[in-house]
Ligand binder design. Structure first.
Ligand SMILES: Cc1cc2nc3c(=O)[nH]c(=O)nc-3n(C[C@H](O)[C@H](O)[C@H](O)COP(=O)(O)OP(=O)(O)OC[C@H]3O[C@@H](n4cnc5c(N)ncnc54)[C@H](O)[C@@H]3O)c2cc1C
Length: 376
């Protein structure tokens, strides 16, 4: 597809985009299949990504980062999505965990974790979801009880991305008065236990885990920000989180389209290229149109975010539309691959399976419609 100019980016980000592409080709893609088989990425890939500047681009210089704007984050998210590099959970680390520490962390918490997160020596995870509580976080049962100058934490989490590898976990737990608070948990503490690396439909190279907290003792200063403010902190992070998902979904759909167009140009059926059949062209014309609309839409959201004007409801619309667009794109593209589309060895097969989670995690489509519906 002819690249359309994207005025939201300037020459600095385009230069960075080239570096990211080269890094992914050299260090990530050749190893991805092996990571899919082992169910997680090797740690050294995180350190290399840190050296190449792919991790936490927006962390301030005084916290060990480069202090870049979110467009550099967007470049990493897009380029990884555009080549099907779904294994490394960099975006959760960079766009969810680091921002919690950047925004609400004390000087000591930031100094302890952010420089090592930027270098890839420490890996971050966010632990909200529990077996009985996902969309409805008020049902969280994990408890943190104050005991003198420390906290005693007991409970369990599930579906936690980067859970097998995490060194630092942002944990949501109930504190006094049933309110949610966030904690910064050092995963080497006694009482922190990793459960299964869960077998999933897709994202086979990404670890997704159960986590257990067995009377884990945390120091008083493990509390992130103010007591009882957990839900409001979660809401504050939503615009960036959902914009990141929206950017990735458009790029993932571009990946599916590129793979499928190449396939349809080569595959012969009934005496002509698959692409020469009108149905194929109609399907791909619809996909191409969706991509053009999606690209313009998320670039507008990105501009709003950079200008400080992206609210949670608008970001919910971006996540809703782009995840559903990705869903119909990978389905249509897989169909055009015929039986090959169903084979794991084909990128479209993996893209199809990987895409399914986007309508569930980070606010399911139903929850997003609720949020958007409340504005009517
Ligand atoms: C691969 C993967 C990675 C994940 N990574 C993380 C992570 O790193 N950290 C983390 O904390 N969590 C993570 N999650 C969890 C994810 O955020 C939750 O799965 C999601 O929020 C949905 O919660 P649930 O699974 O409990 O489903 P439920 O909340 O039980 O939802 C079940 C169904 O009910 C629908 N529903 C919910 N509320 C309403 C409503 N008000 N009206 C109508 N329908 C509704 C939902 O849309 C869904 O269809 C991950 C999940 C997956 C699959």
């Amino acid at each position: 597809m002819t690249p359309t100019p994207r005025p939201v980016f300037d020459a600095d980000q385009e230069m960075f985009r080239d570096q990211v592409r080269k890094f992914l080709q050299a260090e990530i893609l050749p190893r991805h299949q092996a990571w899919e088989a082992q169910g997680q990425v090797d740690r050294d890939a995180w350190v290399k990504a840190g050296e190449a500047g792919l991790l936490c681009p927006t962390v301030a210089e005084e916290d060990g980062g480069l202090g870049l704007d979110y467009r550099f984050s967007a470049v990493v998210i897009e380029e990884m999505s555009r080549v099907g590099a779904s294994g490394p959970g960099f975006w959760i680390h960079s766009e969810m965990v680091a921002p919690y520490l950047q925004t609400f962390g004390s000087a000591a918490q930031r100094a302890r974790w952010l420089p090592r997160m930027v270098s890839g020596q420490a890996i971050g995870a966010v632990a909200m979801t529990e077996p009985e509580a996902g969309s409805d976080l008020r049902r969280i049962r994990t408890q943190a009880r104050r005991e003198g100058d420390q906290w005693r934490v007991s409970g369990q989490k599930t579906f936690i991305s980067n859970g097998q590898m995490a060194d630092v976990v942002i944990l949501a737990a109930k504190t006094e008065g049933e309110r949610l608070s966030l904690f910064v948990v050092d995963a080497s503490r006694p009482g922190f236990r990793r459960g299964r690396n869960l077998a999933k439909l897709g994202l086979h190279a990404q670890d997704t885990s159960e986590l257990f907290f067995d009377d884990m003792i945390l120091p008083a200063d493990a509390l992130l920000g103010d007591l009882g403010q957990g839900l409001s902190y979660l809401v504050k992070g939503l615009a960036r989180e959902r914009l990141s998902i929206a950017l990735s979904c458009v790029a993932k759909a571009e990946f599916a389209f590129a793979e499928t167009l190449a396939h349809c140009r080569n595959r012969m059926v009934f005496g002509q290229r698959l692409l020469d059949h009108q149905n194929t062209r109609f399907v791909l014309a619809s996909v191409k149109t969706d991509l053009a609309v999606g690209r313009a839409y998320v670039d507008d959201q990105l501009r709003r975010y950079l200008d400080g004007g992206l609210d949670a409801e608008t970001a919910a619309m971006a996540k809703l539309w782009t995840t559903e667009m990705l869903g119909r794109t990978v389905d249509a593209c897989l169909q055009l691959h015929g039986g090959w589309g169903y084979m794991q060895e084909m990128p479209i097969c993996r893209a199809f399976a990987d895409a399914r989670v986007e309508r569930i995690a980070g606010g399911s489509s139903e929850v997003l419609r609720e949020i958007i519906g409340r504005t009517l």
